[in-house]
Design a protein around this ligand. Sequence first.
Ligand code: CU
Length: 467
Amino acid sequence: MDISRRNVIRAGSGLVLTGATMVSGRAQAAAIPEAPTTGDATTQQPVAPTSGPDYQPVVTLNGWTLPWRMNGDWKEFHLVAEPVVRELAPGMKAHLWGYNGQSPGPTIEAVEGDKVRIFVTNKLPENTAVHWHGQRLPNGMDGVGGLTQPHIPPGRTFVYEFQLRRSGTFMYHPHSDEMVQMAMGMMGLFIVHPRDPAFRRVDRDFAFLLNAFDIEAGSYVPKVNTMLEFNLWCWNSRVFPGIDPLVVGKGDKVRIRFGNLTMTNHPVHLHGYEFKVSGTDGGWVPEAAAWPEVSVDCAVGQMRSFDFVADEPGDWAIHCHKSHHTMNAMGHAVKTYIGVDKKEIAQRLKKLVPGYMPMGSNGMGEMGAMEMPLPDNTLPMMTGFAQFGPVEMGGMFSVVKVREGLAKGDYKDPGWFKNPAGAVAYEFKGQLPEPVRSGKQAGAKGAVEFSAVDPRTRPAGGGHDQH
Ligand SMILES: [Cu+2]
C-alpha cells in the first residue's frame, strides 16, 4: 500500500518534468535536479534500481552512489565540483577538491542504453571540465576543456548529455588543470550495468579508485606538484585502517572493480582465492577468455574488474603488492639500520637532537605496535590492529570478510573471523636442532666466517683471487 502510494507520487512528478522538457527540448536552469551531498566517509548501502531493468548495485568502498531523477526518458544527475574535507582514516583529515562533499565524488550508476543528463556545477576557484573516461559519446560531450568544450568557469553549470552505449566499469575526472585537480582528489566511478539483468551477474559488487596524495606530516593540503613520491596511497581517498572491509557471504559470486588515477601501477593482490579478470574499461573479457590470477596489475589510467566465488570463509587480505603502498606517510630518507646496534650512537645523537628515536634495528615491524607521539593530523606509518595483534600495514590494504549465513544485502562488519580449532598457525614448542653448516665449518659449532678480499690490495694484473 505504502509502496504503491510512493510510486504514484514518483510517477506524478515525472509527468510534470516530462512536460517541462517537452516545452524546451533542453534542460533549463530552473529544472536542475538538486545535488545531494554527504560529509560521511563510511561505506553507504548500495542503491537498488527503482525503475528500469534490475541490476545488482555496486558498493562503493567508503563512498556512495549519486541519486538521480527521471526526466522523461533522461536520467538526470547533478555533480558539484567543490572543495571538500575528507577523513583519510580516523586521526587524519585532508583538505581536498571533490564532488558533492566528498573525494572521490559519488559513484554514478546507470544502465546500458540509458540516456543520461549530467549537470556539473563548478564551485572551485578555477575552471574545470569533466571527462567521462571510457564512454562512447559524441565528441562534444567528452569533457576535454579547450578541445571539445569551453572550460566551465567558477560559478557556472554545464550540461552533458549522452546515451550509454556499453556496460562496464568507467570513471570520471577533470580534463582541465588536471594534474592539480586530480592531485587534489577529483575523480569518481561511473558504473554502467548490463541491460540484461542476468548478464555476468554477481551477488556482491565492490568498486573503488586507486589514488594518492602527498601531504606533509601535520598539514592538510596535498602538494600538487609531486610526481612520484606520494606518501598516502589510497583506495577512494582512504588509507588502512580507514578502508572498510569488503563483506561477503560464503558462496557469493563477488566482483571487485577498480581504476587507477595515481602516477604509478598497482598490482592488486587478493589472498585465499584465485580470480578471473572479467573486464576492463574497454569492455567485458569474454568468459572463455577470462584469465586466472591472484594479483592483477593496473596501469595508470586503467580499470580492472575481477570475479570469484567466495567459497573459503575467513578474513582475507586484499592489498597493493607494492610494499611501499601498504604504508602510510613515511620518510623515505630514513636509513636502513637492520642489524646495527644503535644504542651508543643513539645516546650521542640524543644530546644533539632532543627526542631523537632510533628506528628499526630488527626491521620496522616494531613500529606497528609503538604508540609514538605524532604531529597533529598525521597517521602512523603502519597501524591497524586485528585479533592477533598489529597488522603493520597502512595505505592500500583492506580485508575481504567471507562469512557463512549472511543475509543478502548485509554489509555490516562481522568482526574478526573465528577460526576452527587447530586451524591457526601455532608456535613450535620443541627443541630446535643446531643448524648443520656446509663445508669445512660443519664441525666448528655455529662459527661461520665470511671473508672478503679488498680488491685494492690485490696484486696488479690479478683478475682472480690468488690462493
Ligand atoms: Cu600500489
